[in-house]
Design a binder for this molecule. Structure first.
Ligand code: BES
Ligand code: MN
Ligand code: ZN
Length: 508
């Protein structure tokens, strides 16, 4: 990953390949953002005018490149748009900085070292800029070009080194903000790699092996239930979904414990390494991106490792419900009844509603430890994408205060989410003539129906929330801000923030 340092160097003196400054949209044209004073001076205080001449407006994500002024040790100056300038005396928001840093990092692909001279009011801003730069510099090129000839890889190498100017390297808060950003983004970027890895190279056993190795490295206890152990334990949901695949399912439990913990948080992730729909096969046009259907498991995996690296004083257990949903002679059929780990029976009406089946077993397993709260994360329904679009995840819960806490945690870290209801009247649509419940109900409100199904498998009295990340998990459009094409790492930062709040005793 890109290396990140704090530097006391002034922009003109920094030995690098580029200097990044901020430009915002003011009432009368572009305005140069704080942090770039020395650069502006080199233009006799006329940099805003120069940028306007070049067509810059300061709009969010806009990138303007120009030659650095005489006397600078860098050849290139990059002005990145911050969006609307803040009101007088107000400061730039963390998310505006994060996005601008990400857009700049993407624009600097192929360049070795850049100095970022963006507005920095406090250590929170330092963390946001660090995160944005590290997230924006991400690239996934493991499958580009031939293995023999690394140079044949399409495109250029990502930005290798970022020096943040203006933050005090000896100030503990700024240093801690960079360390936190580095740990979180390294794990988040690994989640992106897992999501982007094609399903012929990542099956449930392979994912479990990666989790086992990471657990060892970071002092996290890992237990893997293979098909034998799942059968013995009666995990009918996970086994039923995995039954059609040549690659057997797994349930992975990662336990991070802190000697100072007062609370226990359980995270449950949907880990369908490929969702073909099973016997209820998805039509062409709906299956090309379904390697992303393990994004929930990737997110909870990244979050627990990040929590361990940060040494947070909270116990966190992550459950990865891993299976491949394929059609075959051994696949679960529409009409089959599964006996779940909780003992409930489920009539499978549509094998493409598989996520709720693997999650049901993992939620019940997580419940057995009586954690203070459970959060599950899943690319669960197309209905949620229709409702909220491609950038916002839905938050459902059996506790309104906990739902609000998650929406607020997401907002704090710059993830878009929205609270969704669990209307009781939708439950009867899942009544089954043969089993305790069916895995499908009314089509209308499909995302909420799925949430109601999951709720049935949460242990009595346990606070629970469900994040449906089907929209934001995988970006099929062009990159924007710090979000690349492909796997995004949606929900990782929200989960880490939730763990921090839980550790600090700021939740329940
Ligand atoms: N993995 C899909 C949901 C999905 C859709 C994720 C689009 C990402 C993008 C899920 O397993 C699924 O197929 N859900 C069905 C449920 C239905 C059969 C009740 C859906 O949403 O259509
Ligand atoms: Mn499906
Ligand atoms: Zn799915």
């Amino acid at each position: 990953m890109t290396a990140l340092t704090l530097s006391t160097s002034a922009a003109p003196a920094l030995r690098a390949d580029a200097i990044v400054i901020g430009v915002a949209k003011g009432a009368k044209g572009p305005v140069v953002a704080p942090g770039a004073e020395a650069v502006d001076q080199a233009y006799d205080g006329k940099l805003a005018g120069v940028l306007e001449t070049l067509g810059a407006s300061g709009a969010e994500g806009e990138v303007t490149k120009l030659p650095a002024p005489a006397g600078f040790k860098t050849p290139l100056l990059v002005a990145v748009g911050l969006g609307a300038a803040p009101e007088k005396d107000a400061e730039y928001g963390a998310e505006a900085l994060r996005r601008a840093a990400g857009a700049a990092a993407r624009a600097l692909t192929g360049i070795k070292k850049a100095g970022f001279a963006l507005p920095l009011a406090d250590s929170g801003d330092t963390g946001a800029i660090a995160e944005g730069a590290l997230l924006g510099a991400y690239s996934f090129d493991a499958y580009k070009g031939s293995a023999k000839d690394a140079k044949a890889k399409n495109g250029k190498a990502p930005l290798a080194e970022v020096a943040l100017l203006g933050a005090k390297p000896r100030d503990k808060a700024h240093k801690a903000a960079v360390d936190r950003a580095t740990a979180v983004v390294e794990e988040l970027n690994r989640a992106r790699d897992l999501i982007n890895t094609p399903p012929n190279d990542l099956d449930p056993a392979g994912f479990a092996a990666i989790a086992t190795a990471a657990g060892k490295e970071h002092g996290i206890k890992v237990q893997v239930l293979d098909e034998k152990a799942l059968t013995k334990g009666g995990y009918g949901g996970i086994l039923g979904v995995g039954a059609g695949s040549a690659a057997a399912p797994r349930l992975v439990k990662l336990s991070y414990t802190s000697s100072k913990a007062k609370k226990h948080l359980a995270l449950v992730g949907k880990g369908i390494t490929y969702d073909s729909g099973g016997i209820s096969l998805k039509p062409a046009g709906h299956n090309e991106t379904m390697k992303c259907d393990m994004s929930g498991a990737a997110a909870v995996f990244a979050a627990v490792v990040a929590v361990a690296r940060l040494g947070l004083e909270v116990n966190v257990t992550a459950w990865l419900a891993l299976a491949e949903n394929m059609p075959s002679g051994s696949a679960t059929r529409p009409g089959d009844v599964l006996r779940m780990y909780s003992g409930k029976t489920v009539e499978v009406l549509n094998t493409d509603a598989e996520g709720r089946l693997v999650l049901a077993d993992a939620l019940w397993a997580a419940s057995q430890e009586k954690p203070d709260a459970i959060v599950d994360v899943a690319t669960l329904t197309g209905a949620m994408v229709l409702a909220l679009g491609n950038r916002t995840f839905g938050v459902m819960a059996n506790d309104d205060a906990f739902r609000s806490a998650l929406v607020e945690a997401a907002e704090e870290v710059g993830e878009e989410s929205w609270p969704m209801p669990l209307p009781e009247h939708l439950r009867k649509g899942m009544d089954s003539p043969v089993a305790d419940i069916a895995n499908m109900g009314e089509r209308m409100g499909g995302g909420l129906v799925a949430g109601l199904f999951l709720r049935e498998f949460v242990g009595e009295g346990i606070t629970w929330a469900h994040l449906d990340i089907a929209g934001p998990a995988f970006n099929e459009g062009g990159p924007f801000g710090y979000t690349p094409k492909g796997g995004t790492g949606s929900a990782v930062r929200t989960l880490v923030r939730l763990a921090e709040l839980t550790a600090a005793g700021d939740l329940g």
